[in-house]
Design a protein around this ligand. Structure first.
Ligand code: FAD
Length: 383
């Protein structure tokens, strides 16, 4: 994003772009082929403070404003969305809910570890029978003297197979979704296990897993917020998660444009570069417009977040637009590359595969539209 950036924001972007070009982009193709989680890069980013995100310095974070954080996500995603996914989950879905709902002891214990990447976090909401329909989750937390016993299964959990800490959303009263609660579960606890999910269309170098909670005992101090706040914790996490997904999508769209312009100037047909053909320029122009709109929508959501103002609607609009725009841009980028676009010699086919999930996770495009429509009409189409 370069819409009226201040000096700090320009510096963050420059540092992120340099790191992404030097350390992230070069191995992205091979990691995608091998399905290799980029552990070394993630560790390095932790050591450089790039996982500090918007977490205040007092808790070991970088204290970034939300525009700077989006710039970081954009630049990393342009190089490799799998790396951006780890960052988004760690900061937006795990650290910021702890920051908002956590006790002082929880913040002191977990935030510095997450920001330095000593620990990886994951966010467990989705279940085999409950994705969009969050209130149907079945994972159950039974009260015990001094704690809780958790049973259930979570699916499609990013970082799930490599995490030391999981935020787990569970029911505490059967048939009463108003009593959902969020728990901070250390994955070393007996009864906690995970199974990696393979064969994904994209984000192949990121870890996605199923979580199995089989009588996992946690103390009362593991409760994040209060009983009855589980839904609020999940929605607050998604308000931030959708923002960083949108920023990642902007990176994919920008990468698609840059790759397309370079290729279109190099590749000749009918005696001139394909960039000189009007229908190729049409595709490039549509990318430029999609990217501009994405940036402005993200900036609006980020500014509201910086000011601590409500931003659920604006974040949904940004997530919906940026994710659909990234798919359009990556798809057109393949078209501009012709046959070469269908090969992993160029990054554009990976861009499309990586962009595709963004219209599904953290609320599908249909769910974003229902939220947006609910704000516009005052009528909620779903509970
Ligand atoms: C790679 C990957 C990583 C993920 N990471 C995480 C994670 O870290 N943590 C986590 O908790 N989850 C994660 N998810 C899960 C993701 O958030 C869910 O897949 C998503 O919310 C959709 O849920 P579902 O798959 O159950 O689809 P469903 O809810 O079954 O939806 C299927 C289709 O029906 C449509 N639909 C459903 N209800 C309505 C309605 N009311 N109106 C109109 N259309 C509707 C949907 O839009 C979709 O097109 C991840 C998923 C993937 C693929």
């Amino acid at each position: 994003m370069d819409f009226e950036l201040n000096e700090t924001q320009r510096l963050i972007r420059q540092q992120a772009a340099d790191f992404a070009a030097r350390r992230v982009a070069p191995g992205a193709r091979q990691r995608d082929i091998d399905g290799n989680y980029p552990a070394e890069i993630i560790r390095e980013m932790g050591a450089l403070g790039m996982f500090g995100g918007v977490v205040p310095e007092a808790y070991g974070g970088a204290g970034l404003d939300y525009i700077s954080f989006a710039l970081l996500c954009e630049e990393i995603s342009k190089a490799d969305s799998s790396v951006r996914t780890v960052l988004s989950v760690q900061i937006s879905l795990v650290a910021t809910p702890i920051l908002k709902f956590g006790s002082e002891a929880q913040k002191q214990k977990y935030l510095p570890r997450l920001c330095k990447v000593e620990w990886i976090g994951c966010f467990g909401l989705t279940e085999p029978d409950a994705g969009s329909d969050v209130q149907q989750i079945k994972t159950f937390a039974q009260k015990t003297p001094g704690g809780w016993r958790l049973n259930g299964r979570k699916i499609w959990i990013s970082n799930g197979g490599i995490a030391q800490l999981a935020i787990v959303i569970a029911q505490t009263e059967r048939g009463n979704p108003r009593k959902m609660a969020a728990f901070l579960v250390e994955t070393s606890a007996p009864g906690f296990s995970s199974r990696d999910i393979h064969g994904k269309l994209g984000l192949r170098a990121s870890n996605t897993a199923e979580l199995i909670l089989d009588g996992v005992e946690v103390p009362d101090s593991a409760l994040l917020g209060e009983v009855g706040q589980g839904f609020a914790v999940a929605m607050a996490a998604l308000d931030n998660g959708r923002y960083s997904v949108a920023a990642g999508c902007l990176g994919i769209a920008q990468g698609s444009l840059e790759a397309s312009v370079a290729y279109a100037k190099e590749r000749h047909t009918f005696g001139k570069p394909i960039a000189a053909h009007q229908m190729v320029q049409d595709m490039i122009a549509r990318m430029v417009v999609d990217i501009d709109a994405s940036r402005l929508l993200l900036c609006r959501a980020g500014e509201l977040k910086n000011q601590g103002k409500p931003n659920t609607l604006e974040t949904c609009v940004a997530k919906y637009y940026c994710s659909e725009a990234a798919v359009r841009c990556a798809n057109d980028a393949i078209q501009i590359h012709g046959g070469m676009g269908y090969s992993n010699e160029y990054p554009v086919e990976r861009y499309l595969r990586d962009a595709r999930v963004a219209t599904i996770y953290e609320g599908t495009s249909q769910i974003q539209k229902l939220i947006i429509g609910g704000f516009a009409t005052g009528i909620r189409a779903f509970a």
